[in-house]
Design a binder for this molecule. Structure first.
Ligand SMILES: [Zn+2]
Length: 74
């Protein structure tokens, strides 16, 4: 009792590689479209990348961020 935790004595987390949820909706992934749960979610994620709308939600600026170089010529 109380001795069946999923961590070892060093406190390291045991994370199964294939059990990460679908990054789009969080459901369990399907074998043929891993890591997504369905073709639909895979297409959604791909669409985000194609639209360059898949940004990490953070306000932090990368160390090599150069605001003057970030804007393309128009
Ligand atoms: Zn999904």
């Amino acid at each position: 009792m109380g001795n069946d935790r999923k961590t070892d004595k060093a406190g390291a987390k045991i994370v199964p590689l294939v059990r990460r949820p679908c990054p789009v909706c969080g459901k369990p992934p399907a074998q043929e479209v891993k890591p997504f749960c369905s073709k639909r979610c895979a297409d959604i994620d791909l669409g985000k990348w194609l639209n360059e709308d898949y940004r990490i939600p953070t306000n932090e600026v990368p160390d090599d961020f150069d605001p003057e170089a970030d804007y393309p010529e128009e």
